[in-house]
Design a protein around this ligand. Structure first.
Ligand code: FES
Ligand SMILES: [Fe+2]
Length: 419
């Protein structure tokens, strides 16, 4: 159980709130690079701020206030030029720093006034990495966008999957440090939904350890032992808002206090027979979360089951009403750490896991179960034999999110040599 005050601190993400300020010290993935090939501007709401994301014809990314400084037109209807984004209403043009670069009628009427020099929109740095577009809303100087180890891997098929979830970010992130839910929400519930019998292996033991980039959670399942990688290596609850399983990342990016953008980055290693494989375009797609027929949440896929659990806790879970037990030790550790790090920021300090060392950032290693398969691959036959490591065992379909478009399915199967 949590006090009403701590619950508020953990869940509010606006500028000037303790957690909003902590989260603003980290880069957040907000879109896919290929998304802007399809449309060069995108409306973005991030931590309660309404913004427009664009890529101009010179290849520069910008993230600006959604509304024009002139008379507040919506800049996501603006159009990109060689440099910057031009408002569709009276043609004011802005660069990626937010500086107004052109005011056509003002420059004709009063060229000497240089009115544009005094106009600057709120603007945030953007960077592309691993097929994702990252935004930084914190104070300068911006840290580095983390080069997590899987971003350096080759011979893989990557896809990026977004889902908009109508609940607060923090109940989503609590799920990143909750090993026991896997047995019930995924293992046993999936069996029940399919009408299959039997039970998923039960958890015999769990443990949580802090490391430089968050927490590692470990488990021993029925039929396994402490020599298994699920215990010796574990999986990561990545600081501050991500789950990292080894083969994929799931960021829980706050749209505002009531909505979360789930951003999944999935890596599937091609079997050795398909090497060398280079992906010319990282596909992205948006997964539906509700079944239009029944109006109920979709429950057929792993992450959809998570979404159903999170939204079921309420838009903002009322943690004053909960009853925590032994399985929730990790959740408690993470809450404490977030409250502690929010205080560090409030006192003017630098919180944990902010990366500023370029040498270190060439490749940040993480605990990875089955690393060798991701890095060196394996033959098709031996991929098929392995069955304990999602992302490394050549699945026929995509088990994580419902609604994968046919062209992505085909591209995946071609890459893997499944067709
Ligand atoms: S409102 Fe944008 S140029 Fe007038
Ligand atoms: Fe889950």
């Amino acid at each position: 159980m949590l006090s009403e005050k701590d619950n508020r601190v953990l869940t509010q993400v606006g500028a000037g709130t303790p957690m909003g300020e902590l989260l603003r010290r980290y880069w957040m993935p907000i879109a896919a690079v290929t998304e802007l090939d399809d449309a060069p501007t995108k409306a973005v709401r991030l931590m309660g701020e309404d913004l427009v994301l664009y890529r101009d014809k010179g290849g520069r990314y910008g993230l600006l206030d959604r509304h024009c400084a002139h008379r507040r037109a919506d800049l996501c209807y603006g159009y990109v030029e060689d440099h910057g984004l031009r408002c569709h209403y009276h043609g004011w043009r802005y660069g990626e720093t937010g500086q107004c670069l052109a005011q056509p009628y003002e420059e004709m009427a009063h060229p000497e006034a240089r009115f544009k020099d005094r106009i600057r929109l709120t603007a945030y740095p953007m960077e592309a990495r691993a097929g994702l577009l990252w935004a930084y809303l914190g104070p300068a100087p911006a840290p580095l966008v983390p080069t997590w180890e899987p971003f350096t891997w080759t011979n893989g098929f990557v896809q990026i999957v977004f889902s908009e979830i109508p609940c607060n970010w923090f109940q989503a992130q609590e799920n990143s440090i909750d090993p026991v839910h896997f047995e019930w929400l995924h293992g046993n519930w999936s069996r029940t939904l399919r009408g299959a019998g039997g039970r998923a292996p039960t958890h015999l033991k769990i443990r949580f350890d802090e490391f430089d980039y968050g927490f590692v959670y470990r488990r021993v399942l029925e039929g396994q032992s402490e020599s298994d990688e699920l215990w010796t290596v574990g999986r990561s609850c990545l600081w501050p808002n991500c789950l990292f399983t080894g083969g994929h990342f799931e960021w829980r990016v706050p749209i505002d206090d009531h909505r979360t953008l789930s951003v999944g980055w999935f890596f599937d290693r091609v079997p050795n027979e398909m090497e060398p494989y280079t992906q010319d375009r990282i596909p992205y797609w948006y997964g539906p979360i509700r079944d239009p027929q029944t109006g109920r949440w979709i429950t057929t896929h792993v992450m959809n089951q998570d979404f159903a659990a999170w939204t079921g806790q309420g838009t903002i879970a009322d943690r004053t009403q909960e009853h925590l037990g032994e399985s929730d030790r990790g959740v408690i550790m993470m809450r404490r750490k977030l409250l502690d790090q929010a205080e560090v920021v409030a006192r003017g300090g630098e919180p944990m896991a902010v990366i500023r060392d370029a040498e270190l950032n060439r490749c940040i290693t993480l605990p990875i179960i089955g690393r060798d398969r991701f890095v060196n691959g394996a033959s098709r036959a031996s991929f098929k034999e392995a069955n304990s490591t999602p992302g490394a065992f050549l699945p026929e379909g995509f088990p994580f999110v419902a609604g994968q478009p046919e062209e992505v399915r085909k591209a995946y199967r071609r890459a893997m040599g499944l067709d």
